[in-house]
Design a protein around this ligand. Structure first.
Ligand code: SPV
Ligand code: MN
Length: 622
């Protein structure tokens, strides 16, 4: 009997699939074509012409439109499809298995039935693109092959900017099924080419089978298989094996003292300075979002960026704060803007600096003019707070030369950052690897205007990876502890806090983070002494003062130092008590977590009793 897949794959398509010499790939492609029932199928290899075809298709079908600059396009997601949809993203869980509190899961069979029904015929009348990518540099032991089926040319085009082509790498799989599969359909489209049935949006993660099903959405965090959907599958796999899959940037920091570059990884919840740390002036970017980290034969932690592009928040990108990105966004190159305001072919966004914003144009709500309200009566901003740009890292002048190195880079330091107005000091070094894992596990971040709900509410976000957690948290944190134990050269761990306030005002300027980062770089080599406090090592005044002078030619006063680096004993004790509440109900938390917490608590309580002071100047620790 002839199936739909036979007809649609006839000719060049089937030859390209067969050339992979992997029946498992062919079987999956056939299965999902028969299910989704597209009108046409195009198998895309790594060839330039075929990739160009995808780029043009996205414009021909109206998912992207050309802008004034050569290579620039605009894509709009639906009004209610502007961010990751946590509520409708679920881990498919076999019966009787449990995940941590707050992780949405659904019984596997029930979830599969539901999502397969939604995907049945979802591509009717549309073209299904079949693409092959590599998560990580091609030919690297870190990398994982990824198969994407999608009826959105925008998704397939974005992935071309954000990931490495992997058709040739699939050939080297040697008939193995060690690849991830992503099935995506934007579903029925409105006359604006946005997903119509967002209420039936589902993103279901089948960790057992290495597949993700995503339907009725377009926003990249929901639709692009290789981004946060693959991160979830990789977290599952890394926790079965002996490595780490992290929501982390990778950056090379050039020493001010010696001729060397030191690589750091960094986890920050969304909107807490992650991309700006990856883009720190004087540094070189390897990646800004997702890293795989493995042990090498010399006992180092090595990391690769599994992406090759940036899907960055455009809000507040301006010539002063982000000159390199601003320059890239305002010169010709292949680049997709999403959910910004367009007027006469020119994009505009919030916080873009000294630019006159037109009073009307087209934005994520359709035709827009200043004062426009949505059906709920909310004023619609000119561009969404989560409006984005998509570009290749190699387009940036600060791209690191080891970006595509199959061996990855040696990670000597890790930053954990949050948005915390009243507790953590701007930079603090962990007392040990276990303490560093504790620091990562206890990241908290205050909600901002960019998230739905109340502002300033503290949210616990272990390793900034909680949204993607597909294994019990205790096991994930235990895996971090174990990973460090296997290393001979363990990275030094630091917390950063760019958001500390005093009397309602930020205690430092945006560019000051360079000082904290340069201090950390030198601390990796023990080139500075530091003050030991119960919460970690903090810098000495003279060193920070000298760095402010050297980097910004600015005087750094003792008063500033004292405000920024005082240990807020009562606030830390409150944080510890919040953490006890948060983690108490987690089963299988590693004992090291509780040891660190209890030690810190005992030391802080003892200082509190002795000094009777809620806040201690750094002088106390000299
Ligand atoms: C984030 O929100 O952490 C992002 C963008 O990197 S998304 O693709 O939505 O995950
Ligand atoms: Mn991210």
């Amino acid at each position: 009997m002839h199936e739909l897949a036979d007809k649609l794959l006839e000719g060049a398509n089937i030859s390209k699939l067969k050339a992979l010499n992997n029946p498992k790939v062919v079987a999956q492609v056939r299965r999902f074509i028969n299910l989704c029932k597209p009108a046409k199928v195009t198998v895309v290899t790594d060839s330039r012409d075929e990739i160009e075809y995808v780029r043009h298709l996205s414009q021909a079908n109206g998912e992207e439109r050309k802008l004034c600059f050569e290579g620039h396009t605009i894509h709009f997601d639906g009004y209610y499809d502007q961010a990751r949809d946590k509520e409708h993203t679920a881990v498919l869980l076999p019966k009787h298995q449990k995940l941590s509190r707050g992780i949405i899961s659904i019984e596997r069979e029930t979830g599969l039935n539901e999502v397969l029904k939604l995907l049945d015929g979802a591509m009717k009348g549309k073209e299904c693109l079949i693409r092959f990518f590599s998560l990580g540099p091609t030919g690297s032991r870190f990398s994982i092959c990824a198969l994407q089926l999608t009826d959105s040319a925008y998704v397939a085009h974005s992935e071309d900017l954000l990931y490495r082509r992997g058709y040739e790498q699939f050939k080297k799989l040697n008939r193995s099924d060690r690849f991830f599969t992503f099935i995506h359909s934007a579903g029925q489209l409105s006359d604006r080419n946005t997903s119509k049935n967002v209420n039936a949006r589902r993103i279901y993660i089948d960790v057992i089978d290495g597949k993700v099903y995503s339907v009725n959405n377009q926003y990249a965090g929901n639709s692009l298989g290789l981004k946060k959907l693959a991160l979830r599958l990789a977290i599952y796999r890394s926790n079965q094996e002996d490595w780490l899959a992290e929501h982390m940037l990778l950056v090379g920091i050039k020493s001010l003292k010696k001729d060397r570059i030191t690589y750091f990884a960094g986890a920050f919840p969304s909107g807490c300075g992650k991309t700006s740390t990856a883009m720190i002036p004087g540094g070189s970017i390897v990646g800004d979002d997702i890293a795989y980290i493995k042990l090498d034969k010399d006992g180092n932690a090595r990391g690769v960026n599994i992406e090759s592009g940036i899907f960055g928040i455009i809000k507040d990108v301006n010539p002063t704060d982000d000159p390199l990105i601003y320059n890239a966004l305002t010169t010709p190159r292949e680049l997709i803007f999403s959910n910004v305001l367009i007027s006469k072919g020119i994009p505009y966004w919030q916080g873009m600096g000294d630019v006159i914003i037109p009073k009307k144009g087209i934005n994520f709500s359709g035709e827009w003019e200043r004062g426009k309200k949505d059906i709920e009566g909310n004023k619609i901003p000119l561009a969404h707070s989560n409006a984005r740009y998509t570009l290749r890292i190699e387009e940036l002048e600060n791209a690191d030369s080891k970006m595509n190195d199959p061996e990855g880079v040696i990670i000597k330091g890790i930053f954990y950052g949050g948005r915390d107005s009243d507790t953590n000091v701007p930079i603090c070094e962990a007392l040990s690897w276990e303490h560093g894992v504790y620091m990562g596990a206890t990241i908290e971040s205050e909600t901002t205007f960019a998230t739905i709900g109340k502002e300033g509410v503290l949210k616990s976000s272990p390793m900034a990876n909680m949204d993607f957690m597909v294994v019990p948290l205790g096991r994930y944190i235990g895996n971090h502890i174990e990973f460090g134990r296997r290393l001979k050269n363990c990275p030094k761990v630091f917390t950063t806090n760019y958001f500390l306030k005093h009397k309602g005002r930020f205690t430092n300027r945006i560019p000051d983070k360079k000082v904290w980062i340069i201090w950390a770089e030198s601390r990796v080599y023990r080139e500075y002494e530091a003050l030991r406090t119960p919460v970690g090592y903090i810098p000495k005044y003279e060193d920070i003062k000298q760095l402010f002078k050297q980097i910004f030619n600015k005087h750094y006063s003792w008063e500033d130092y004292e405000i920024q680096f005082s240990i807020r004993v009562d606030k830390y004790l409150k944080k510890i008590s919040r953490m006890e509440n948060t983690f108490r109900s987690e089963s299988d938390m590693p004992k090291e977590f509780w040891q660190v917490l209890n030690k810190q608590k005992t030391e802080l309580e003892s200082i509190r009793r002795k000094t009777r002071k809620p806040v201690l100047s750094p002088t106390h620790f000299i």
